[in-house]
Every structure is written in C-alpha cells, then in structure tokens.
Design a protein around this ligand. Sequence first.
Ligand SMILES: *[C@@H]1O[C@H](CO)[C@@H](O)[C@H](O)[C@H]1NC(C)=O
Length: 189
Amino acid sequence: MASHSLLVLSMILVLHSIISMASASLSCVLQCESEVNLHLYLHQIASGPGTNQVVIVTSSKASDFGLTSVTDWAVIDGPNPATATIVARTKGMQVQADVAGPGWFNYFSMVFEKNSRYNGSSFEAMGINFQTGQGQMAIMGGTGEFAMARGIIKYNALPNPPTFQTIKELNIHAFYVKPADTTSGGAIQ
Ligand SMILES: *[C@@H]1O[C@H](CO)[C@@H](O)[C@H](O)[C@H]1NC(C)=O
C-alpha cells in the first residue's frame, strides 16, 4: 500500500514537472525570422566626378597606417554604373588598421533608398579588407525591415575598373526579424 502511494506520488511529480516545462516554453514568444539573399554591386570612387569617399586623417607611415576616410559608396543593382540603378548607400568609414598594411577596416550603415523595396531600412556591417580583391564583412544588425539582422556580405572586386574606381560584386545573406509595424522604420533618426 505504501509503495503504491509512493508510485502515485512520483507520477504526480513527474507529470507536474513536464507540465511546468511545457508552460515555461509556451510563455516565450518566438518570432519568425526572415531570410534574404541580395546580389548587388558596390561602386567606390576615390577621385574625379562623383567622388564618394574623402580622406579625413592622413598618415606619415609608409604603409598608410591610420589613414582614415569617410565613405558614402553607392550600392547598385548591376555591374555597370552607367546603366545600373542606385538602391542603397554605405555611409561609414574606412581605416588602414594594419601596421604592415594594407588592411582596411570598414564599417558602415548600408541604407536602402527609394529605388529599393527596402527603402529606409539598413544593414549595419563591419569587416577587414586586405586588398586581395575578395573578402567578407559581418552584418551585425539592422534597422527598419532588417531589425535584428545578422548575416554576411561576401565581396569580390571586378577586374579592370575605371581609374580611381572600384566595383565590387556583393553577395548579401542575412536573417532578420521583420517588425510587425515597419511604417516608422528608418535609419538612425
Ligand atoms: C523612401 O523613404 C523615405 C524616408 O522614409 C520617404 O520619405 C520616401 O517617401 C520613400 N520613398 C518611396 C518611393 O517609398
């Protein structure tokens, strides 16, 4: 009789803990993530008409260690700037952050503009560019539709760009949590 009561009691305890676990997980609200893949191009113009980067700190080192520029590169939807549409701009900075050089630390807000369905939303990205032509940047966050973004930007410089220019193919892959209300979704106000 005693062991029967003990068995019933144990079963009640086990059931209780299972139900507690279930209600604990039910009380968490899991938001669905969205995934996006974008194939775009970055157009950098260091000098001449349409210049979109400017040196703000010069360097006396042979490697240009410390050289810093503010950048507002155009993000276009095709490899030819003459025919492509600007869909975003990368507003940020690049710093030569490698003593031996070159190693450019880039960080920017990629703010989408009116010709994009993501108008007003942004990706926040950073990464190092060793001037090998290829590399990756991390997407650390985002705003607007791209709230809570995380992902990666793989880039690959196209050969033979116009003088003082660089055109990089971008493969952007990110996960984000689209807010229920994106009407106020803008970049940093
Ligand atoms: C793009 O976003 C800006 C700022 O949020 C807004 O003023 C503008 O009307 C939008 N343009 C289009 C075409 O959606």
